[in-house]
Write a protein that binds this ligand. Sequence first.
Ligand code: HEC
Ligand code: HEC
Length: 409
Amino acid sequence: MRASTIIVSTLIVGSAMAAYWIMAPQRTWTDEETKLVLSLGLSNLPPLPADPSNAVADDPDAASLGKALFFDTRLSANNEVSCGSCHAPEKQFQDDLPRAKGVGVTARRTMPIAGTAYSPWLFWDGRKDSQWAQALGPLESGVEHGTDRAYVAHLIHTHYADQYAALFGPMPSLDQIPEHASPNVLGAVQDDWHALDDTQRDAVNRIFANVGKAIAAYERTITPQPSRFDAYVDRLAAGEDTSGILSPQEEDGLRIFVSKGECTKCHNGPLLTDNYFHNTGVAAVPGLPEDLGRIVGTDQVQADLFNCLGPYSDAGPGDCIELRYQTKGGHEMIRAYKPPSLRGAASRSPYMHAGQIATLGGVLIHYNTAPAAPGGHSELEPLNLSTKELASLEAFLGSLDPILKGDQP
Ligand code: HEC
Ligand code: HEC
């Protein structure tokens, strides 16, 4: 008898709670908050910006060649590493590691790729100004693919000559080019590069750049996928009932995100990043070489042979505005890094540019306490949010996960 009384009363309380959830009044947002919340929705994402520096950026045949190259492990010193080893489609095109593993271990964490076609600068420090120029970096990095541009050119000649020729014209003869040669790989490989004449170097550089352009065409198809938060925004925009899409806790978190959490200072727009650079006081990793972030990236991108203004770019005289008018920045660019998109971030720990913070809760404690930067000056101020508010913020970030996970293009 007693047991059944408990069951009945539990049922009554349970259904009363369910009624509360259904009947819960919709959140009221101020006009300013509404504007901010709407600006974060994926429906506001503009069409992909053109990349005038890459003539094949939107060519489906280039994307198909680029996809094959992205997953081709022959493009590595040990035949085991491809772009896809670190940028795994089933893990949001990253690897869940604090620091990436290729033929060696890198000093930074793998970045996710979705939506990076919108970013004027690539890498944590923005040392590249296009997806195609970015792709050339890991190929010649001694800890990532561990190859060199002559090796890449020969590989294209052997395995992809027809696809390549259909896009970029016939391949030049590589008979006189040694198997390995690059200005970036020290030792014999560099000596062999210096032994080449200008025409030979130009031929290899052009093939190398075109490999990047095909890979970039594929990467442009990797776009962010809608989340529950976007469904919420679409309803809010249409003036429709938003209840039941986000939990009350997630809605609380959203309010903190756009108000006293001040997250939208840097994580704004439909990608939840301003694609700019900020020092947020993230700790340095003991034992690694000093990492100064953006202050070094600004010089590197200007000096890059493969930048928008360089000889391998397809851009016209009026293009490359970002690079032309790039400001070097001063002290505030020391240890400044690009904020990653927060879409899907809840399910891709660890966090920060070298995986310094293991959990999302840990990231929020970082923002709440705003530690002093190990170099330069942190832009953050302590937030002093309560434990409950931090939990709401964390719940909200979970609503930014794509509804459909896994491989897309
Ligand atoms: C060994 C693992 C590894 C491999 C292999 C690798 N990457 Fe990465 N990727 C990284 C790391 C680490 C970073 C960040 C490095 C930095 O900022 O210095 C990164 C950054 C990027 C970014 C920048 C994203 C942004 O928001 O700026 C893109 C795009 C990218 N990689 C594409 C590629 C492509 C294309 C290839 C293959 C040619 C490739 N990666 C191979 C680990 C890897
Ligand atoms: C002053 C600019 C700024 C503000 C304000 C800011 N962020 Fe960030 N956020 C960044 C930068 C820059 C990074 C990368 C830092 C690094 O790796 O060193 C980052 C990284 C993150 C990451 C880790 C993403 C990843 O993939 O590693 C999360 C999560 C995050 N921020 C959430 C938030 C939340 C939530 C708020 C509000 C409480 C917030 N941020 C406020 C600039 C900012």
